[in-house]
Ligand binder design. Structure first.
Ligand code: ADP
Length: 611
């Protein structure tokens, strides 16, 4: 990352903080002030007490110093405790807030980004940061806090020993000790070592970034194998194929890799922090030596000597903390960049503004005009110069070999992807011009890899917390699964799967497909599309479902994709796909006449097994 990109990341993170809660800033400043001032209080008063003890020895003054020191320490300690707690609370809430920002961003992004490798890499990396580092803020505020505390410590310590430093400038060239030379040596050394510490911090954060990226991968692999035997869905295969040993071996290997990573990271951390500590000690030692030289030369008394020693400790600590700026810009900005990339990845699709006309007659005609399409990031055209018309009320079947582009055609139709070339029109207008959500609301699609969620059955079908129960049961009935639901103890409130509920119900593949069909019926959209969702059903059930479904679909436009050509025979129009093109179309009876055609080839390949 360039310096500018790092600054942009910080800006992004602070903009999120601003949006969340601006009260975090005064709390943070108060906390940093307390952290910087607190160690200087005993230093300051110890020097005063020593001066008093070696001077006039006035008991009243000594008691006053003692009490003032105790009160100030108590006040600052209390303030530090309060601000620490408040800051912990704030960063915890920020952690929740950034999780919300992340999730909202993911849910609202174009579907195609969910299949995009770069986007997924950022998502995975961010998830690890979110889970293991308490998100981007805890670390950022910690490091930023160190940096500011360092500056404040340095500033206050210098103010405290300012008069003494000025005294050190009183040059008397009669001896080396009182000459300007010790001061020059000290100043040059501190600047040089401070610079060196920043360089080392920079290198450290680079190494840690590399290790974090590696951790993301290793943690992903470990999580997979750790959860593998815990997922009861994997239980059958593990036992039947005697995979216990392999699974445990894989798990142990991934755990070992993680352990080795941990060791390496710990070693690096230990190495760098010890080097930094050594430099901090050197700076401190040089200050001690300098002050000792000046005191020895009789430039100030023992109290000032004590003050100087305490302040030097804080100066060295301050320089060390300031050196952590490179870590802020390194490690923290790297973490922020994951979330920034996710949030700021632009939507690729046009989000049109045109409302979709609500029509009771469902007069929605769609046309693919010379459409070509390749998936983002790939070179191969999946659909080539594709032309098709979907007319109102048409019940159409789409058939073709695996990989011929049938599902891709559906994804383009409902705008999960946009065409690469050509256009798709709805009632003559490019679909990109329509409001995306309104346009998508025209489609009920059941994909072959449809998903049911671990929520009540009713919410699975209606995808809503509030629903029309009568309509729900009507759809369950039409999809052929009403009786099964009525037999369940909790009926439509039964939780699907056992992820969160021991009483969750396990349903067969066929039942799941019927629930997915009920979901499509409940949406009641003008276009209904079934993309091979019935593969778990036997051929007779599939045929029955398709036919029944077809009668419920009524005057809506319907598209059916099935491997089993017999299932689609009832359709009045059949499109035959081959290698991203429509190679034939017509009714079953027409198509089967052409013995040279693709349809005949597919049909005879399947029908020979039924003769
Ligand atoms: P069908 O539904 O006819 O089996 P698909 O439309 O699913 O065919 O796939 C057509 C081609 O597109 C296949 O070669 C498949 O590998 C490719 N494909 C599908 N999805 C993606 C994707 N997200 N990224 C890249 N290629 C894809």
């Amino acid at each position: 990352m360039t310096f500018k990109e790092k600054i942009d990341c910080l800006r992004f993170a602070f903009a999120l903080c601003n949006k969340f809660d601006k009260s975090i800033y005064p709390i943070a400043v108060l906390k940093w002030l307390c952290n910087a001032i607190l160690p200087l209080i005993p230093t300051f008063f110890s020097a005063k007490i020593v001066d008093e003890l070696t001077g006039s020895k006035d008991i009243k003054t000594l008691i006053l110093y003692g009490i003032t020191m105790a009160v100030l320490i108590a006040v600052f300690e209390f303030a530090r405790h309060l601000t620490d707690r408040a800051m912990d609370d704030k960063t915890e809430l920020l952690h929740i807030y950034e999780g919300k920002v992340f999730e909202e961003s993911i849910v609202n992004k174009d579907y195609e980004l969910l299949e995009d490798v770069d986007f997924q890499t950022a998502v995975k990396a961010y998830k690890v940061v979110y889970q293991n580092n308490y998100g981007i803020f805890a670390n950022m505020w910690f490091l930023f806090g160190n940096f500011i505390t360092g500056i404040l410590s340095l500033m206050f310590s210098l103010i405290l020993v300012g008069p003494l430093i000025i005294k050190c400038f009183e040059i008397d060239n009669s001896s080396f000790l009182t000459s300007y030379k010790p001061l020059v040596i000290l100043a040059v050394s501190v600047v040089f070592i401070g610079f060196f510490m920043i360089l080392i911090g920079n290198k450290y954060s680079k190494i840690m970034n590399g290790l974090t990226l590696k951790f993301n991968t290793l943690f992903g692999i470990f999580s997979y194998w750790y959860n593998f035997p815990l997922k009861y869905q994997n239980g059958k295969e593990i036992r039947i194929y005697n995979a216990q040993e392999t699974v445990l071996k894989k798990r142990n290997e991934s755990l070992n890799d993680l352990y080795m990573w941990d060791k390496k990271s710990f070693d690096s951390q230990a190495k760098f922090t010890s080097i930094l500590m050594v430099f901090q000690m050197i700076i401190m030692g040089m200050f001690y030596l300098f002050v000792a030289i000046k005191a020895y030369a009789g430039m100030f008394g023992i109290g000032s000597f004590v003050l100087f020693l305490g302040a030097s400790l804080q100066i060295a600590e301050g320089i060390n903390l300031i050196g952590q700026i490179s870590s802020i810009l390194g490690m923290s900005t790297e973490h922020i960049s994951y979330l920034k990339r996710i949030v700021e990845t632009p939507q690729r699709k046009h989000i049109g503004t045109l409302p979709v006309e609500k029509r009771n007659d469902n007069r929605y005609d769609i046309e693919f005009k010379n459409v070509s399409f390749k998936y983002p990031g790939t070179d191969e055209y999946i659909l080539k110069n594709f032309n098709a018309k979907l007319e109102i009320g048409q019940h159409m079947a789409v058939v073709g070999k695996n990989g011929s582009g049938k599902t891709t055609f559906i994804k383009l139709l409902c705008r999960l992807y946009d065409v690469t070339d050509g256009e798709i029109t709805l009632n003559g207008i490019n679909i990109k011009k329509y409001d995306l959500n309104e346009y998508m609301s025209l489609f009920s699609v059941v994909f072959q890899d449809f998903q049911l969620f671990s929520v009540p059955l009713s919410q699975n079908v209606t995808t809503s917390l509030e629903y029309d129960k009568e309509k729900l049961y009507d759809c369950l009935d039409k999809a052929g699964v009403k009786e099964r639901v009525e037999q369940m103890t909790d009926k439509e409130n039964s939780i699907i799967y056992k992820d969160f509920d021991d009483n969750g119900i396990e349903i067969s593949g066929g039942e799941a497909q019927k629930l997915a069909l009920a979901r499509a019926l409940y949406k009641d959209a003008p276009f209904v599309i079934l993309d091979e969702p019935t593969s778990a059903l036997d051929p007779i059930s599939e045929f029955e479902i398709y036919q029944r479904f077809n009668s419920f679909v009524g005057d809506k436009t319907a598209i059916y994709i099935s491997h089993r050509l017999s299932s689609c025979r009832f359709c009045n129009h059949i499109l035959v796909f081959d290698d991203g093109r429509i190679v034939q179309q017509g009714s079953h009876d027409e198509l089967v006449q052409n013995t040279e055609g693709k349809y005949y080839q597919l049909w005879s390949a399947q029908s020979q097994y039924y003769v």
